[in-house]
Design a protein. Sequence first.
Length: 97
Amino acid sequence: SLMVTAPCNMQPCEAVVCQDCQWEEWSDWSECTECGGQHTRHRSVLELPNSCGKPCDMRSTMEVSTCTSACEETSFCGWTEWTDPKCSGRCGQSTTM
């Protein structure tokens, strides 16, 4: 079977303006994780890029930073010398501490 071909849609395509990835604003920093630990903040993609735009680097969704916080001082109880247990002068079983 024979086919006839002919040109069509001869109008030029419109120029595409490249749209890069757009990010939302950063969230507030989180609380410190522990004494002298870390805190984080996050952001989300506001607008994805088009076919010729710069893609979103998903490693850029979170920032981690060190932070300083008030560290509680470790303390230990004081102990006295051991003493010999003393039983009462009564008869029968008894318990001492």
